[in-house]
Ligand binder design. Structure first.
Ligand SMILES: COc1ccc(-c2nc3ccccc3n2[C@H](C(=O)Nc2c(C)cccc2C)C2CCCCC2)c(OC)c1
Length: 232
């Protein structure tokens, strides 16, 4: 049985990533807001665009703490951010949805999201993804590393030096693999399951433009930053 051991450097890397991930959380907690009041489709859309806009700003700050990210070609840094922003948003939403909440709160939150204004056809794939993330019971280090692995996807559009991104991603994948073995010794397939969620995440993210266009209201307004990131 191969002895899995996280090296000192990998330990340090994990701490940097996890601290940055926890530091760069969205200021106001949208789940609390949603549990307090029922909002109209218009108010929910505005809340969504505000959350997504601040999430992109948070993502930029977070990537500055990924060792090696700032050494990448500057245009490649932008391509990675643009290519991963929607996936990072759904990953963050899944983690917010899967958080331990007082009994009954998750059901209220789910109901509020179902009635938020999003069109029916996207609700099932979205909650299937949220629940499949929840079932993994990821520790915060795994959540932080999974987001980092998502950002460091070499085959995003317009990335020029894919090898440089691949090298960074492999470094993160090696730490994540070891962490999964150590955190979930009973489940040798855990790491593979975790990576399988990234495929589900990419599929879900393909819908996001339609999700927004079909939001039950007229005249969808976006911030300039979202127009850049969301191709709307
Ligand atoms: C593109 O279509 C989407 C994307 C995300 C959600 C979403 N799933 C959530 C799960 C838990 C909590 C809130 C959740 N959100 C929204 C949210 O803000 N996500 C969020 C963002 C955007 C950034 C950072 C962090 C988060 C959580 C609420 C926005 C206001 C209406 C209700 C959904 C969504 O729900 C219909 C549709």
């Amino acid at each position: 049985k191969e002895k899995v051991e996280i090296t000192k450097e990998q330990q340090a890397l994990m701490k940097i990533i996890t601290d940055a991930y926890n530091r760069h959380q969205i200021p106001q907690d949208v789940a609390k807001k949603l549990l307090q009041d029922q909002y109209s489709a218009e108010e929910n859309f505005l809340l969504l665009t505000e959350m997504a806009t601040s999430q992109v700003q948070v993502l930029v700050e977070f990537t500055k703490n990924i060792p090696g990210f700032l050494s990448l070609d500057r245009e490649d840094q932008i391509a990675l951010l643009k290519g991963s922003a929607v996936e990072a948003m759904f990953l963050r939403s899944a983690q917010v949805f899967s958080r331990k909440m007082p009994s009954g709160h998750t059901e209220v939150l789910e109901e509020r999201i179902r009635k938020s204004g999003i069109s029916e056809e996207f609700i099932t794939p979205m909650f299937n993804f949220y629940k499949s993330i929840g079932e993994l019971h990821m520790v915060q280090e795994e959540q932080a590393l999974l987001t980092t692995v998502t950002i460091l996807t070499p085959d995003r559009p317009y990335v020029k030096d894919q090898q440089a991104v691949e090298r960074l991603q492999e470094t993160m994948l090696d730490v994540l693999r070891k962490l999964c073995v150590l955190q979930h010794p009973q489940e040798p397939q855990y790491f593979a399951r975790l990576l399988g969620r990234l495929t589900e995440l990419r599929t879900l993210s393909h819908y996001h433009t339609e999700m927004l266009a079909s939001w039950r209201m007229n005249d969808h307004k976006f911030t300039p930053l979202l127009c850049e990131i969301w191709d709307v």
